[in-house]
Design a protein around this ligand. Structure first.
Ligand code: ATP
Ligand code: MG
Length: 471
C-alpha cells in the first residue's frame, strides 16, 4: 500500500511537473522571441541605430536594460557596437541575414545555461550608414547589413530554475505524504486481519476453540464470523467424537466384565476339581455369546465412526431381497411373533451389507419391543405380537404391536447409545437406530419414527431409486 500510494502520486506529480515546466519554458521563449523580433524590426525600420554615429553614441543604459546587447553586422563582415558596450554574438546566421537582405529574421541561442553568456540572438536585415553624417536616401552610402539584438537568457533561466526547485520540492512532499497516508491506511486496514491471524495461531497452539470477538460488519468481520462458525462446527465435532469415545469405552466395558467374570469362575472351578461338563459347556457358550456381542458392538462403532460422505462399495441391489433376507433371519430369532410381510421390488444403488444391517436393526427392535419382557411364548400357542413389514415404492415401514415409544423419547431414539428407561433392562447398546439413520443418510434417504394409534411403534425408511441416485 505504501509503495503503491507513493508510486501513484509520484507518477502523477512527475507528469504534471514535466508538463508544467515544458509549457512555461516554451511560453517564455515564445514571448521573448516575439518581442525581440518585433523590437529589432522596429529599430531597423526607424534607422536610428543603423547610423554609425548614433549606434556608437548609444550606450546600453540608453535602453534602460543592461541585459540587452545591440550591434550592426555589415554584409562584408564588419562588426559595430556602441562604445563601451560589448558586441552581441555575431556568427554565420547573422551574416547570412546581412547578405541576403530578405524579409526574414534569424533566431538562435548562444551559450549554455548558467554559463554566464547565455543569449537569445536575433538578426534582422537593415540598411546601414557607415559614415558619421546622416546618409540620404539617394547618396548611395547605405550598405546592406543586419541589426543584431541579443537578450540575456539569465532571468528566464533563473525563473525556470526556481520553478524546477518548487516542482521538485512539492512533488517530493506529495510522494512522502502519499507514502505515509498509504502506510497508515494499510496499517489500520490490516489490524483486524492481524488480530484474526493471532486468534487462529492461538487456536492452533492451544487447541482452545473459543470464538474470537467480532466488531463491525466489514469483510474482515465476516471472515471472523465465518472463522467462528468453523470453530463452532469443529468444537461440536470434537465434542461428538469425545462423547462417542467415552460412551464406547463405557459400553465395551460391560461385556468385557461379564467375559472376565465367567473366565474367573472357570478358573476357580478348575482349582476345586472342575465343573460338570454341561456347566462348563454352558459357561463357555456364555463367553462365546459375550464375545459375539463385543464383536458386534465394535463393528457398530467402527461403522458409526466412519464419516465418509458416500457409501464406498456401492452396487446395484434389490431392496426387497435385502428386506426378505433380514425378515428370515429375525423371524428365526423371534418365533413367537406373527409376521405380515408385503414386498414389491425396488432397485437401490448402495452398500448391501450396510442396508441389510439397518433393516435387521429395525426388525430386531420390532421383535424385541413388541412383546412384554419375559413373554417369549404364550401357553395357548397364539402369537405374542404382530410385526408388519411393507415395502412399497422404496418406502419401507416396520410396524409392531408393542407399547410404542414414549413422546419424550421420540426425538432421541436415533441418537447413539440412547435407550429409553424401559429398554435398559433388555440387552442392547442403543446403537441400532443410530446405524439405521447413518445408513439412510449415506444412501441419500431418510428415516423417521412415530407411534401408530391402535398399534405400536412405526419406523419408516425411505431410499431413493437407483435411477435417480448419483454414483
Ligand atoms: P441395540 O439395537 O443397539 O441392540 P437398542 O435396541 O436398545 O440396542 P436402538 O435400536 O437404537 O437401541 O433403539 C433405541 C431405543 O429406541 C430403544 O432403547 C428403545 O427404547 C426405543 N425403541 C426402538 N425401537 C422401538 C420399538 N419398536 N418400540 C418401542 N421402543 C423402541
Ligand atoms: Mg435395537
Amino acid at each position: 500500500m505504501t509503495l503503491l500510494a507513493a508510486v501513484a502520486v509520484g507518477l502523477a506529480v512527475a507528469i504534471v511537473s514535466v508538463a508544467a515546466y515544458v509549457t512555461v519554458r516554451q511560453q517564455m521563449y515564445q514571448n521573448l522571441d516575439d518581442s525581440l523580433i518585433q523590437r529589432a524590426g522596429q529599430a531597423a525600420q526607424k534607422g536610428v541605430l543603423t547610423n554609425l554615429d548614433n549606434l556608437q553614441k548609444a550606450s546600453a543604459d540608453a535602453f534602460g536594460l543592461s541585459d540587452i546587447r545591440v550591434g550592426v553586422l555589415s554584409a562584408t563582415g564588419d562588426k559595430y557596437a556602441p562604445i563601451n558596450s560589448p558586441l552581441p554574438p555575431m556568427g554565420d546566421d547573422e551574416l547570412q541575414i546581412a547578405q541576403n537582405q530578405g524579409d526574414q529574421a534569424s533566431l538562435r541561442t548562444v551559450g549554455v545555461r548558467n554559463g554566464g553568456s547565455h543569449f537569445r540572438v536575433v538578426a534582422v536585415p537593415a540598411r546601414f550608414c557607415p559614415v558619421r553624417e546622416p546618409c540620404n536616401y539617394d547618396d548611395g552610402l547605405y550598405q546592406p547589413g543586419a541589426l543584431v539584438v541579443a537578450q540575456s537568457l539569465g532571468p528566464i533561466d533563473q525563473t525556470l530554475h526556481n520553478l524546477g526547485i518548487v516542482l521538485w520540492a512539492f512533488g517530493l512532499i506529495g510522494v512522502i505524504g502519499a507514502a505515509l497516508a498509504g502506510n497508515a491506511v494499510a496499517r489500520s486496514g490490516l489490524r483486524p486481519l492481524a488480530r484474526l491471524t493471532g486468534a487462529a495461531e492461538h487456536v492452533a497452539r492451544t487447541e482452545d476453540l473459543k470464538p474470537i470477538p467480532v466488531a463491525g460488519t466489514d469483510e474482515i468481520s465476516r471472515l471472523a464470523m465465518a472463522f467462528n462458525a468453523m470453530l463452532g462446527a469443529l468444537a461440536q465435532s470434537r465434542d461428538r467424537q469425545r462423547r462417542l469415545v467415552g460412551d464406547a469405552g463405557h459400553e465395551l466395558r460391560t461385556p468385557l466384565t461379564s467375559v472376565r467374570t465367567n473366565l474367573d469362575l472357570l478358573a476357580q472351578a478348575d482349582k476345586r476339581g472342575g465343573l460338570r461338563p454341561e456347566d462348563r459347556q454352558q459357561l463357555l457358550d456364555d463367553v462365546r455369546a459375550q464375545m459375539d456381542e463385543l464383536t458386534q458392538l465394535i463393528g457398530d462403532l467402527t461403522e458409526l465412526a466412519r464419516d465418509t460422505p458416500q457409501v464406498r462399495n456401492a452396487e446395484l441391489i434389490e431392496l426387497s431381497n435385502v428386506v426378505e433376507d433380514a425378515v428370515i433371519k429375525v423371524r428365526r430369532r423371534a418365533p413367537g411373533l406373527d409376521w405380515h410381510v408385503q414386498l414389491t421390488p425396488f432397485p437401490v444403488w448402495g452398500d448391501e451389507r450396510l442396508l441389510g444391517r439397518a433393516v435387521t436393526n429395525l426388525l430386531d427392535n420390532a421383535a424385541k419391543y413388541s412383546v412384554p419382557e419375559g413373554t417369549e411364548k404364550r401357553s395357548d400357542g397364539q402369537p405374542v405380537g404382530h410385526v408388519t413389514v411393507r415395502l412399497l415404492d422404496g418406502v419401507l415401514t416396520v410396524t409392531d404391536s408393542g407399547p410404542g415409544i414414549a413422546e419424550a423419547d421420540l426425538p432421541h431414539v436415533f441418537d447413539r447409545f440412547y435407550r429409553s428407561s424401559e429398554a435398559r433392562s433388555r440387552p442392547g447398546s442403543g446403537l441400532g437406530l443410530a446405524i439405521v439413520k447413518h445408513a439412510a443418510e449415506q444412501h441419500g434417504g431418510m428415516i423417521y419414527a412415530r407411534n401408530v394409534p391402535g398399534a405400536g411403534a412405526q419406523f419408516t425408511l425411505w431410499l431413493p431409486h437407483a435411477a435417480t441416485q448419483t454414483r
